[in-house]
Ligand binder design. Structure first.
Ligand SMILES: [Cu+2]
Length: 105
């Protein structure tokens, strides 16, 4: 998680101008897609732990981390140990949350 935090801080600093521009224009940031292996699902906390590959759009290296999952995403069909493809959307409260997740080949 320390690596993640450094990347988040770097992303925040680097993204301030772009975010301000998008906010001024009334636009949400476009969603970003990632892939990885689903390690676990916490239905109570609505988080998933994923060993994800690099996400170039966010300048994230490959890492294992927890993601919050949007309230409208169905977690019941997800199987830990399987590969997944997921969509991330920036959220003011939790940075990036998963707004879609499906099995990946
Ligand atoms: Cu990550």
């Amino acid at each position: 998680m320390k690596i993640m935090q450094r990347w988040l801080v770097a992303g925040l600093l680097g993204g301030v101008m772009a975010v301000a521009g998008a906010a001024a224009a009334g636009q949400a940031e476009p969603p970003v897609t990632g892939e990885g292996r689903l390690n676990s699902v916490d239905a109570g906390k609505r988080t998933v732990n994923i060993n994800h590959g690099p996400i170039a759009e966010l300048k994230w290296p490959a890492m294992t981390m927890d993601f919050p999952v949007a309230a409208n995403v169905d977690l019941k069909s997800l199987q830990p140990g399987k590969n997944v493809r997921f969509t991330l959307q920036k959220d003011p409260k939790v940075m990036y949350q998963i707004t879609g997740i499906t099995p990946a080949p």
